[in-house]
Ligand binder design. Structure first.
Ligand code: NAD
Length: 376
């Protein structure tokens, strides 16, 4: 991870003031007027920003798109015209420190390749901005520690883009886990796979940190922790005690040079729950199942942006209409966390927990499937 340039130290100190100010902000307008939505700047204007987050920010009520951070200034200016924010709110990655002087922006949403999350999150924190960071939080748990420390020092909030925590079918899974309709959910399974046919940053270890486990297997890890956690009191750090893993043989070693093409792993929880999962960049799969002594719940598709379907042994549960955008719910919740001074249900600590689990899965695979302990 690159160190923060010394030149930004002044901005950092200024940022402490700006960050503290935003914690208690904004004041209400005249009676009956809605509060001003918090300003979001998207950092990285690739597929996820373009296809999901920008449209979602047209639906949000507690926050709105007010700026961008991009390597391509012309693209940033085109976004400014399209989304109606001033050109002064277009930044380059190298000028993020200047955000400290911009009261339009309250939240920076980091949507760059995984390896760049630490430097972009830390730069945003130093500029006194609250941060949402896409998954996986970083390539290593050590980088997560640095990101958490920077956000703590700057007194800004950090959350991870775990959109499914706000999705009604996944909320039903959480309810079942905690209320125990089917007894404790003890047998878990699932898989998520899609096919990559060309060299993109997702198959370069230096940028992605790993292969499909880092990118999409993380959703199975998330769902497993949610289902196994019957208590919920320490949900952000609730984790298996150990994992075992085996990498799949590579069918296209030319494409997957230094990352796994696919991997299968088992998770073992202290309360007796266990799970078997797999993920791959060579196939198509999207499912999750959790079973207790008195029943089961099954998701297919389980992790997509929309159209998630569930079945249970007790029939179809009554769940409200699917939201128009999971991401809009997720970003609005974070904006309200910032306003109300409360912790996000998907905080940086949860992103770090998942990296600790993923690192243990890779350790086990490298050791030929030996049991690897997870110490969050
Ligand atoms: P993408 O390749 O479409 O976009 C990445 C952006 O980063 C591009 O605009 C690119 O120009 C920019 N960038 C800056 N420096 C770069 C560099 N050195 N190399 C390559 N690109 C660079 O990727 P994406 O699909 O938008 O994914 C971005 C992040 O969002 C990833 O962390 C990914 O895991 C995450 N993501 C999350 C979800 C979700 O459902 N939560 C879905 C998709 C992606």
């Amino acid at each position: 991870m690159n160190p923060i340039p010394l030149a930004t130290r002044r901005s950092f100190l200024g940022g402490l003031t700006a960050g503290a100010a935003t914690l208690g902000w904004p004041a209400r307008g005249t009676a009956g007027e809605p509060e001003r939505p918090l300003g979001v700047a998207l950092c990285g204007l690739g597929n996820y920003s373009r296809g999901q987050l920008a449209p979602a920010l047209r639906l949000t009520r507690a926050c709105a798109l007010r700026g961008v951070i991009t390597g391509n200034r012309d693209k940033g200016l085109a976004w400014a015209r399209e989304f109606g924010f001033p050109e002064r709110n277009v930044y380059a990655y190298a000028t993020m420190a200047r955000l400290v002087d911009n009261p339009d922006i309250d939240i920076v949403y980091v949507v760059t390749p995984n390896a760049l999350h630490p430097e972009h999150v830390i730069a945003a924190a130093w500029a006194g901005k609250h941060v949402i960071c896409e998954k996986p939080m970083a390539n290593t748990a050590a980088d997560c520690n640095a990101m958490l420390a920077a956000c703590r020092a700057a007194r800004v909030r950090l959350s991870i883009g775990y959109r499914l925590h706000f999705e009604p079918h996944h909320r039903e899974l959480r309810r079942l886990a905690r209320e125990g309709d089917f007894g404790p959910l003890r047998r878990l399974s699932g898989g998520l796979a899609f096919t990559i046919n060309r060299r993109v940053w997702r198959v370069e270890k230096a940028l992605a940190g790993g292969g499909p486990l880092m990118d999409i297997g993380i959703y199975c890890v998330q769902a497993a922790c949610l289902a196994a956690d019957a208590d919920g009191a320490a949900h952000a750090t609730f984790a298996p005690v150990a994992v075992r893993a085996r990498e799949h043989p590579k069918r296209r070693a030319d494409l997957f040079r230094d990352v796994e093409e696919g991997i299968t792993w088992a998770m073992e929880f202290a309360n007796g729950a266990s799970g078997e999962f797999s993920t791959s960049y060579n196939g198509g799969e999207d499912r999750f199942r959790a079973e207790g002594e008195r029943g089961w719940i099954e998701f297919a598709p389980a992790f997509s942006y929309g159209g998630i379907q569930i079945r249970t042994s007790a029939g179809a549960p009554r769940i409200g209409a699917a939201p128009e955008s999971q991401q809009a719910l997720q970003m609005d919740d974070f904006a309200r966390c910032v306003r109300e001074g409360r912790e996000s249900p998907v905080p940086g600590e949860m992103g770090r927990r998942d990296l600790v689990i993923l690192e243990a899965i890779y350790r086990s695979a490298a050791a030929g499937g030996e049991r690897a302990e997870v110490k969050v």
